[in-house]
Design a protein around this ligand. Sequence first.
Ligand SMILES: Nc1ncnc2c1ncn2[C@@H]1O[C@H](COP(=O)(O)OP(=O)(O)OP(=O)(O)O)[C@@H](O)[C@H]1O
Length: 329
Amino acid sequence: MIELIEVGKTYETKDGSVIALENINLTIQNGEIFGIIGYSGAGKSTLIRLINLLERPSKGRLIVDNRDMLQLGERELRDARKQIGMIFQHFNLLWSRNVAQNIALPLELAGVHHKARDARVSELLALVGLEGRGKAYPSQLSGGQKQRVGIARALASRPKILLCDEATSALDPKTTESILQLLREINRKLGITIVIITHEMKVISSTCHRVAVLDKGIIVESGAVSEVFGHPKQEITREFVGKTGLPLEQIRKPKHVLLRAVFRSSTAQRAIITELARSEQLFGRIVQAETFGDDGGSIVLETGADNEAIQHAVAALRAKDVLIEVLNG
Ligand SMILES: Nc1ncnc2c1ncn2[C@@H]1O[C@H](COP(=O)(O)OP(=O)(O)OP(=O)(O)O)[C@@H](O)[C@H]1O
């Protein structure tokens, strides 16, 4: 069970404080598919990133499976995070690795023996409907297939919770439905709790058991999907119902470049961040961080730096033997 108790998040920026979330109270039961819907800027990303502590709340408590996440030491937190997988809008795959190698990455960094790894990868390929595609590279796959690889990779360490951050927003309607169908199957077969954030009503209505409507950092309505959308109490919920099927999010954030770096120790992780910050003023926010094994892991950084600066920093890090890739741009 995931419990957020009076959780708030305020970002301090050079232009002042930004209140992203205010007094969130939310309980997500084991085994359910829970949706969080809201317009751009409502606080959806912040909320889902609080669940695996990619963001730390400014106030309140977070309890996951009876563990008070904000009280955990570093090692306990790493263990707790292994129970939480995450998938993303832009898939976050390593382009230089084939499908099987992408899926195996968390296992490899956790030190799982190659035979056990191969066996697990075969199981996962079958689970996500990609049998026989293990040797393909991400560039040879469709968007839907890339997201299937993302799902397989997120499930490699057998997490109990899967967080989906706008996981179908880059896909066409037919592919969206096939990925949602896969998520429903995974939830049914494996009993995994799934949390979906989206701005698309149809994602919620076809897939989620319960939903929370988020507006300007506040949950304005929540409950069973049929209840919330069948008898909407708030104007914003009525808007979502009225516009079923339409992409509501008109205003997107400016495009930023995403860089993914894989590291084998926390010292290497610090070196990567320091290098990015120091050498080229690339400093950006960490949009994803995963830990694998004791000390290894990967981070995805979002940066608004120009192309030349990015290429320069990437070359500098590669010279230091850091596995780093530009994910978009
Ligand atoms: N790292 C940050 N620093 C400062 N402000 C932030 C940061 N991240 C988010 N915000 C602000 O917090 C608010 C909520 O943002 P958040 O990204 O959580 O919303 P969202 O509903 O996911 O929207 P979107 O779909 O556009 O990402 C916004 O006002 C946003 O500008």
